[in-house]
Design a binder for this molecule. Structure first.
Ligand SMILES: Nc1ncnc2c1ncn2[C@@H]1O[C@H](COP(=O)(O)OP(=O)(O)O)[C@@H](O)[C@H]1O
Ligand SMILES: CC(=O)N[C@@H](CCC(=O)OP(=O)(O)O)C(=O)O
Length: 293
């Protein structure tokens, strides 16, 4: 017999303990804009998600789309800045953010999953009040240690998360795909950082795993090597030292909040790597940086 087929069968066989471990588990996957890549990469991601569902692991996708928002803002000649990894969002910007995330990006992922035989349903935090937000304030620590608060405009922190709608979809065999847009208490629309949204949903659902897919192999130390396993304490130290910076800050903040909220473990990994989610869940190899208490 062709040896490749035996290798394939062996791979499947070796996955058995992992399939058993994650049987019926809820896995929240943050699919970052930088992790999305081209149509071929999207197709592979979608195929892995459908395979997970077929194996009775329940994926909940929360996506980003920062680069796609940047593209449209640029075409519209709207200037945009980030503070501590979050976009300063005025009224014109939040309109564009909602259009891009709930429209183009959300439907691209839904369509890709459905093309692989899945049953994906697109939602945003506004649907069934999934994420009701309060205005977020960024805490900035100056070189002398003084903490100031920056006004980010229509950036929201999920204050109330109602995941019933997500559970209903999971029970009915659908794959929820969620855009990080929240409802304000007075009819406002809030832009939620994708990592923050994924963490809030994972905590509300007491997910077994939160996977944060990005464009780096994991959390890197001062010499640029990926740290495969970190505690909450390690994260705090590396942030204070400035080793964790920029877009990695919302990810590690999310990881700590999710662990506090009852999520069992958080993994930050490279979503552009082939079969990143399958490697992490179903092999001994694992991938990226695992953060747990
Ligand atoms: N210690 C660190 N380890 C890894 N990446 C880091 C670190 N500190 C800052 N970063 C930056 O964080 C980026 C990931 O955040 P971001 O670009 O917002 O990703 P995404 O769009 O996937 O949410 C990396 O590309 C890297 O430039
Ligand atoms: C408040 C805030 O920063 N919101 C993000 C939402 C999208 C996002 O998080 O996209 P990535 O995951 O691709 O970075 C933004 O406006 O870019």
């Amino acid at each position: 017999m062709n040896r490749d087929w035996i290798a394939t069968a062996r791979t499947l066989s070796e996955a058995l303990p992992y399939l058993q471990r994650y049987d019926g588990a809820t896995v929240v996957i943050k699919f970052g804009g930088h992790a999305m890549g081209d149509d071929e990469a999207m197709e592979k991601f979608a195929r892995d998600i459908v395979l997970m569902k077929q194996c009775n692991v329940h994926p909940v996708i929360v996506h980003g789309g920062g680069p796609m928002i940047n593209d449209l803002l640029k075409r519209l000649d709207i200037q945009s800045d980030f503070v501590a990894g979050k976009r300063v969002t005025d009224e014109a910007t939040v309109e564009v953010v909602e259009m891009v995330l709930t429209g183009r990006v959300n439907k691209r992922i839904v369509q890709a999953i459905n093309a692989q035989g899945g049953k994906a349903v697109g939602l945003s935090g506004k649907d069934a009040n999934l994420m009701v937000c309060d205005k977020a304030l960024a805490q900035l620590t100056g070189p002398d240690g003084t903490v100031t608060e920056a006004d980010l405009g229509f950036v929201g922190d999920p204050a109330e998360v109602n995941p019933d709608v997500v559970r209903t979809f999971l029970d009915s065999d659908f794959i929820p795909v969620i855009a990080p847009i929240g409802a304000g208490r007075n009819g406002e629309t809030y832009n939620i950082n994708g990592d923050t949204a994924a963490g809030a949903i994972a905590a509300a659902m007491k997910a077994d795993r939160l996977l944060l897919l990005t464009d780096v192999a994991g959390v890197k130390d001062a010499s640029g090597d990926v740290i495969t396993s970190l505690s909450a304490e390690d994260v705090r130290r590396l942030t204070a030292e400035g080793v964790i910076a920029g877009g990695m800050i919302p990810k590690t903040e999310t990881a700590l909040a999710a662990l506090d909220g009852g999520v069992r473990a958080v993994v930050i990994l490279d979503g552009r790597a082939p079969h990143a989610c399958l490697l992490e869940l179903f092999t001994a190899h694992g991938a990226g940086s695992l953060i747990r208490n």
